[in-house]
Design a protein around this ligand. Structure first.
Ligand code: FMN
Length: 493
């Protein structure tokens, strides 16, 4: 095997020839941008250098084997350079942000103090530290919490639930309330699932494995992101048993062969359904995330912008942010007529379309024969001012209730309470997904946090079901909720 010195790698730091070091191995990533989403970060920021620390939390361990041709795996660093890198990393010291996180982790409240979903999420500015956002490295917080433009859809997703009130029924037998149900035929202990969200390892070294194990222990279902930070094999390997169902969220690659390989891979690994994401094909404007490197630079310099020394020069603003690079290869030309039959030709797995934002598309998904749809605006992270999914669900209930009979309808975005879940089920949703809440729970408390989050929601759901006068989820009906045209005095955000 060839060996290289640090100086030799450093020579290749231009756009016509980009080499990087990852875990002491040397790779030529010049064309990587074209082959794998996520390439751009490595190329732009780490050409000629050691990219390990930036690469590892974002890319699964099999990324380079899968997407970078063998001839681009150049060899290893020589022994002297490896020692030099090791010494440099020992001497580098901790960043101010790393020290802040260490302190926050020490002060983290015990899990038992977390009595609702908001406790786990907590605000980034709350003092003393109140868990997830505080214990997250700034970059992870900015990526997880960010939303599009002015975050209007993000806040309204949650607020929409405040416009729905219950008509509880009394004198109904409700002992032994049972919130279990099924999704695509797979059993779940409560009607919530983990919605596929990228890069769980930014928040916790075990990342998606925390979600998978937590889902197993609490008996709920998990959708795994195309952009998970563990490989699809590693996530499947984290299952509590080979019977534990996993669903796969697909960003369809523009190259059909690469997309087909991905679908076949997850089918062989035992994933049970394809959730095709259709609402986030192009990078969106998430300013908290875009600003994160600038914020960190100032934070590390105790608030000072060191002019002339900044790594971020004028005209250098990239809205790609932490994950923009992950979706640069998406198929932008998907259609109902072409894409759904194409996926059917590749796999026998059920197809669910994730990211339906209006009644017309819900109808088209049914006509295309999809086994399910997710009403979602990507947690308000894509197109600001897209309607809250709860309002879309209400419109479907009013205008095309047949959709709710013909396919399974799921909803996500802004869900924080058991009552939110039940309002959606009353209107005809079968299941409700949560994205950020699970990322925060696993970041702050690992697998135990995931189980705890499910327990919180289970308690709230059971309480609300009994109070509504229903014993099983199939008794939740539209008559039990009413949409009001006024807003509570302090609607939740
Ligand atoms: C950090 C983050 C990453 C996400 N990554 C993906 C993804 O890779 N694929 C996808 O279809 N949706 C992704 N989503 C959207 C979620 O699946 C889900 O639709 C959304 O988070 C629901 O809103 P909530 O966070 O308010 O619960 C992501 C959401 C977040 C917050």
């Amino acid at each position: 095997m060839s060996t290289f010195t640090l100086a030799q790698v450093a020579e290749h730091d231009n756009t016509s020839s980009c080499w990087v070091i990852i875990r002491n191995k040397v790779y030529d990533v010049t064309d990587f941008i074209f082959n794998h989403p996520g390439g751009p970060q490595v190329i732009m920021d780490y050409a000629g250098q050691d990219a390990t620390a930036a690469f590892v939390p974002i890319h699964p361990s099999d990324t380079l084997d899968k997407y970078l041709p063998r001839e681009k795996h150049l060899g290893a660093l020589d022994e002297g350079s490896t020692r030099e890198l090791r010494a440099a990393s020992r001497n580098k010291g901790k960043s101010r942000d790393e020290l802040r996180v260490e302190e926050a982790v020490k002060d983290k409240p015990p899990l038992g103090r977390m009595i609702n979903v908001q406790d786990i999420e907590a605000s980034f500015t709350s003092c003393p530290p109140e868990t997830a956002k505080e214990i997250l490295p700034y970059k992870a917080m900015a990526y997880y919490a960010s939303a599009a433009d002015d975050s209007i859809s993000y806040s309204e997703n949650a607020r929409a639930f405040s416009r729905f009130f219950f008509h509880p029924r009394v004198m109904k037998a409700v002992s032994g309330v049972d919130p279990s149900t099924t999704m695509l035929g797979y059993k779940t202990s409560i009607p919530i699932y983990i919605s596929g969200s990228a890069l769980a390892r930014l928040g916790h070294p075990l990342g998606e494995a925390n979600l998978t194990r937590g889902a197993y222990k609490s008996g709920i279902l998990q959708m795994v992101s195309s952009n998970s930070s563990l490989s699809y094999t590693q996530v499947a390997g984290a299952r509590g048993s080979s019977e534990q169902p996993l669903f796969f969220q697909l960003y369809k690659h523009k190259n059909d062969d690469i997309a087909a390989r991905c679908i076949r891979e997850v089918e062989e690994l035992g994933y049970k359904a394809i959730f095709l994401t259709v609402d986030a094909l192009v990078p969106s404007n998430r300013e908290l995330d875009t600003r994160a490197p600038h914020y960190l630079e100032e934070y590390e310099n105790q608030g000072k912008i060191i002019h002339g020394k900044s790594t971020y020069k004028s005209g250098d603003v990239s809205i790609l942010g932490t994950a923009g690079g992950l979706i640069v290869n998406n198929d932008l030309d998907m259609t109902w007529e072409k894409t759904i039959p194409w996926i059917r030709s590749v796999t026998k797995l059920p197809i669910v379309v994730k990211g339906i934002q209006c009644v017309a598309d819900a109808v088209l998904a049914v006509e295309a024969g999809c086994e399910g749809i997710v009403l979602s605006n990507h947690g308000g992270r894509q197109l600001d001012y897209s309607l809250p999914p709860m309002e879309v669900l209400y419109k479907i209930r009013c205008e095309r209730p047949d959709v709710l009979e013909k396919t399974e309808v799921y909803i996500d975005g802004g869900v924080h309470r058991g009552t939110d879940v039940l309002k959606a089920l009353c209107l005809g949703a079968r299941m409700v997904g949560l994205g950020r809440a699970f990322l925060y729970a696993q970041s702050a408390y690992g697998e135990a946090g995931v189980v705890h989050l499910v327990r919180i929601l289970e308690r709230e759901i059971k309480f609300a079901m009994a109070s509504l006068g229903v014993r099983t989820v199939d008794q939740l009906a539209p008559e039990l909720v009413e949409r009001v045209d006024w807003q509570p005095l302090s609607p939740k955000l």
